[in-house]
Design a protein around this ligand. Sequence first.
Ligand code: MRU
Length: 373
Amino acid sequence: MKVNGQAMRTIWVGEDGETVLTIDQTRLPHRFEIIRLATLDDAARAIRTMQVRGAPLIGATAAYGVCLALRADASDQALEHACSVLLATRPTAVNLRWALDEMLAAVRNRPRGERVAAAYARAAQICDEDVAINAAIGRHGLALIAVIAGRKPPGEPVHVLTHCNAGWLATVGWGTATAPIYMAHERGLPVHVWVDETRPRNQGAALTAWELGHHGVSHTVIADNAGGHLMQRGLVDLVIVGADRVTARGDVCNKIGTYLKALAACDTGVPFYVALPSPTIDFTIDDGVGVPIEQRGPEEVTMMTGLTADGRLETVRIVPEGSAVANYAFDVTPARLITGLITERGVLPATREALAQAFPERARRSSSSAAVA
Ligand code: MRU
């Protein structure tokens, strides 16, 4: 992905070889600012306050959070403390727990003097693996888009609806839901994206629109409630969303509002795909009802931040003082509403059998208890 003409990842180690650089996503789309994470607390705060967000990027940031903690203190206690602080930052995206388990496995049995180097090496690998996984997701999803494009008159775009930001910004590179879109765009297949604004934090309007724009992909931002209408009118060829956790039987937990899009897609016969990397699968949970759903602060619903005419970022209140507010950040789409899961190992039916067959090593490993509780 290029930002202002420069190829970038969303997280990388600084020139000092130790501190970690990433984009402050709370400032987009109006400001592009890089932040430097130097300590465990910096990494935990960045995840908690959603300066970084999106399941794979949360995992990558947590991995580097462990590195930063070990830099200060490579003892067993410090390692355990770092993992518990990071695990507590956000409850829903299982990539966080997966990344911490990977880091523990990489460093725990090493002598103290080797731990920092081993941690940075594993964190870098996690990032490289994320880019490779997403590229594979992109190739499998591209085939789906190409089939639809082949049924259309030449030049007519394939219309993809997406929710939240499961894009480049949510991963280390490519994105999950956006990888097939970027690949289609690169191949010259005409593609147009309906971007759900994604209240309350507006990840679609602020982030997905920003990155599609930088990549030159045609897109239109819509109010969250518009998707069903567009599907009824035949204006959506397929839906592709991301996931924060996919259960063993294929239920998908993703940004609040995803379920309603799946219902509308089912009613109108629009294919509904979920793009996910294997670290997003939680083989320890079967029924999506068991996924912990994050509830965030009321200010995300009551307040809106935007750019004033004179170029200032300003936050205003849009809900009357005194009204009660609930802010559920995620919902669960049952497997039966999902046309297919686009994974790095192909497009799978959303079933227990298909997931276990495609990822036998993950399914097996989770029958022994997770390292990070
Ligand atoms: O609360 P967020 O912005 O972290 O939620 C992000 C999503 O719901 C994404 O769809 C999901 O993490 C997949 S990112 C590839």
